[in-house]
Write a protein that binds this ligand. Structure first.
Ligand code: DX5
Ligand code: ZN
Length: 225
C-alpha cells in the first residue's frame, strides 16, 4: 500500500480567493490539489479549466494537481491541461470513444493517467487497461456536485479493485493508486481506508470549515489507526 494522500477538492473552495484557499489547505497538511473539471455536458455543472490550473501554478503551487475531467470529449483538452501544469489527469470511460488511446495520450503528454468509475460503472472496464494506469478513481457519489452523501456500495467496489491492483503490483511491481471521491468525511474515512483506498478526495468536509489543519490531521489519523 502506498503512503496516504489527502486531496482536497477545490470545488468546495471559495473561488473568489482560490490561491489563498489552496495555500492554506496545503499548509494544513494536504498532499494534492483535486481539480474538478465539469463541462455542463458530461455532467450537469460547469466549473474550471486549464486557465485556472495554470493560474495556480503561476501563483506558486508546487503540489501535485490531480485533474478530474468530467468532460466529453476528453482528448482535445488533455494537452491543454498538461501545458497548464496538471500532474495527473483522470477521465471517465463513458466520455471517451477510445479509452486505451486516451490513456496513452495522457501519458505521452507527460502526466500520470487515471480512469474514473461512476457508482454504476462495472469494474470490468478496468480489464485490459489496468496495467496502463497510474490511478483508479472510484466515485462514491454521482459526478457533478460536491456535498452529496457517500454511496455505501463503493466499499465493496473498493475491495474488488484493491485486489485487482494488488495482483498487478505483485506481478509487475507497478504501483497504482486507488482514489475515492465523494462524501468522504472524518467519520467514514477509516472504513473507506480499510476497504482499500489510499488516496482520498474531500471537498465539503474540508473547505468551508474553520480549521483546515484539524480536519486534515484527523483524516490522516483515522486512516493510520
Ligand atoms: C464530484 C466531484 C468531487 C466533489 C467531492 O463530481 O468529483 O470531487 O467535489 O465533494 P465532496 O467531498 O463534498 O463530496
Ligand atoms: Zn472529483
Amino acid at each position: 500500500m502506498q503512503p496516504t494522500v489527502i486531496a482536497p477538492s477545490i470545488l468546495s473552495a471559495n473561488f473568489a480567493k482560490l490561491g489563498e484557499e489552496v495555500d492554506n489547505v496545503l499548509a494544513a497538511g494536504a498532499d494534492w490539489v483535486h481539480f474538478d473539471v465539469m463541462d455542463n455536458h458530461y455532467v450537469p455543472n460547469l466549473t474550471i479549466g486549464p486557465l485556472v490550473c495554470e493560474a495556480l501554478r503561476k501563483h506558486g503551487v508546487t503540489a501535485p494537481i490531480d485533474v478530474h475531467l468530467m468532460v466529453e470529449p476528453v482528448d482535445r483538452i488533455v494537452p491543454d491541461f498538461a501545458k497548464a501544469g496538471a500532474s495527473l489527469i483522470s477521465f471517465h470511460p463513458e466520455a471517451s470513444r477510445h479509452v486505451h488511446r486516451t490513456i496513452q495520450l495522457i501519458k505521452a503528454s507527460g502526466c500520470q493517467a487515471g480512469l474514473v468509475l461512476n457508482p454504476a460503472t462495472p469494474v470490468e472496464v478496468l480489464d485490459y487497461v489496468l496495467e496502463e494506469l497510474d490511478l483508479v478513481l472510484l466515485m462514491s457519489v454521482n459526478p457533478g456536485f460536491g456535498g452529496q452523501g457517500f454511496i455505501p456500495s463503493a466499499l465493496d467496489k473498493l475491495r474488488v479493485v484493491r485486489q485487482r491492483i494488488d495482483a498487478v503490483t505483485a506481478r509487475t511491481g507497478k504501483a497504482i493508486r486507488l482514489e475515492i471521491d465523494g462524501g468522504v468525511k472524518v467519520d467514514n474515512i477509516a472504513e473507506i481506508a480499510k476497504a482499500g483506498a489510499d488516496t482520498f478526495v474531500a471537498g465539503s468536509a474540508i473547505f468551508g470549515q474553520p480549521d483546515y489543519p484539524a480536519i486534515v490531521s484527523a483524516m490522516k489519523a483515522a486512516v493510520a489507526a
